[in-house]
Write a protein that binds this ligand. Structure first.
Ligand SMILES: Nc1ncnc2c1ncn2[C@@H]1O[C@H](COP(=O)(O)OP(=O)(O)OP(=O)(O)O)[C@@H](O)[C@H]1O
Ligand SMILES: [Mg+2]
Length: 372
């Protein structure tokens, strides 16, 4: 087990700056997830840590050791790659035992470790099979087991579930989380799937174009995204954004756009004065737009009318797509009993205490209204 620390780490491939000035400390035993769109630098970050690529500038620490110049095999790290490439001619047992044999461990010790890992991942009955005789999910579990048996200080996993179907992914998510709790090792996990990130990580680090955007617990990232990128990336359907201005009339603060205006709670918008009369971007999560007939009690809401351009009845909820005067489409997640119908103009209620505001130039959050 070990702490991992990035200190101003950058990685350049020719003209491409794949990772820019990453500073981040990952605690011993933590489950940290890197998430971000394709090409944002996730795999690069893991490869630097594993010692498969040299760092361009900055310092990398595992435990108290600076590892920039330490070879991959001396870093006490096991990596599960996206393409988990099992050795096809070896049995499951041999696949798992192979790296331990290379380390020169005795037969008894190897057998013990393999048995224990196989038990943890429910592979005991499959140890004599060849990879081609396994399902995709079983192969994926073998790949994870191959990392576990090495008992490393740090696990790195690069999109290990991307080849699985939805149901198996769900199961594998639970298994990996359980495994992390049992092993207590530091686990650094890469995904572009925000559901995986939200459900598995103790903390999530959001990357975009090689730059760390925000790192926090899943709940804090969702509730108080520090910029528009994070706000739009975490959450599905994504947060709705409207361009408008911030104005003060009588005793109220308002967000005004072409098609709508919302009163805001000034006490949760520190520093709003600077933006009075100025353009701002308003962010509203789909679940904060309710069917006006089904508004949970106790909410402070403001009305909104929209023409319904699409409806997805999910059973437990309805996703409604509406257009406002500005012709943009917005998503609302409304009560499953909603009788809203395609083509009609629906009446909605926006939870104004849950509105986010962003600076249109820097895209930094001005205020997260911090509603429950
Ligand atoms: N060996 C390389 N040579 C040149 N450019 C590279 C190399 N490896 C990665 N890159 C570039 O660095 C950037 C980050 O790549 P990286 O593989 O880390 O992205 P990623 O976040 O893992 O994306 P994905 O979700 O698609 O796997 C990309 O622009 C990529 O094209
Ligand atoms: Mg990648």
């Amino acid at each position: 087990m070990a702490q991992v620390r990035f200190e101003s780490v950058s990685k350049r491939y020719g003209d491409v700056l794949a990772l820019h000035d990453l500073t981040l400390a990952i605690a011993d035993g933590e489950f940290l997830v890197f998430v971000g769109p394709s090409g944002c630098g996730k795999t690069t970050t893991l490869r630097l840590l594993a010692g498969l690529e040299p760092v361009t500038t900055g310092h990398l620490y595992i435990g108290d050791r600076r590892v920039n110049d330490l070879s991959a095999k001396d870093r006490d790290i096991a990596m599960v790659f996206q393409s988990y490439a099992l050795y096809p001619h070896m049995s499951v047992y041999e696949n798992m035992a192979f790296s331990l044999e290379l380390q020169g461990l005795g037969k008894g010790e190897i057998q013990q470790r393999v048995q224990r890992a196989a038990q943890q991942m429910e592979l005991e009955d499959l140890l004599q099979r060849k990879p081609k005789e396994l399902s995709g999910g079983q192969r994926q579990r073998v790949a994870v087991c191959r990392a576990i048996v090495r008992n490393p200080a740090v696990f790195l996993m690069d999109e290990p579930l991307s080849n699985l179907d939805a149901q198996l992914r769900g199961q594998a998510r639970v298994e990996i989380s359980r495994l992390h709790r049992e092993l207590g090792s530091t686990l650094i996990y890469v995904t572009h799937d925000q559901v995986e990130a939200m459900t598995m990580g103790t903390r999530i680090a959001v990357l975009n174009q090689g730059r760390l955007q925000q790192v926090d617990t899943p709940q804090a990232l969702y509730r108080a995204p520090s910029n528009k990128f994070v706000a739009g990336f975490i959450g599905s359907p994504a947060m709705n954004f409207l361009a408008g201005v911030l104005v003060e009339t009588d005793d109220l603060l308002w967000f005004k756009a072409e098609a709508v205006s919302f009163p805001l709670d000034r006490t949760t918008c520190p520093g709003y004065q600077r933006y009075l009369g100025q353009p701002v971007i308003c962010g509203i999560r789909p679940e904060d737009i309710h069917d006006a007939h089904y508004v949970p009690t106790g909410l402070v809401t403001s009305p909104l009318q929209g023409k319904i351009s699409a409806l997805e009845r999910m059973g437990n909820e309805v996703i409604v797509y509406l257009t406002l005067g500005d012709r943009q489409t917005y998503a609302a997640r409304v009560d499953r009993r909603s009788a809203l119908a395609l083509g009609e103009t629906g009446l909605f209620a926006v939870n104004t205490r849950a509105i986010h505001l962003f600076d249109p130039d820097t895209e930094i959050a001005i205020a997260a209204q911090g509603a429950p």
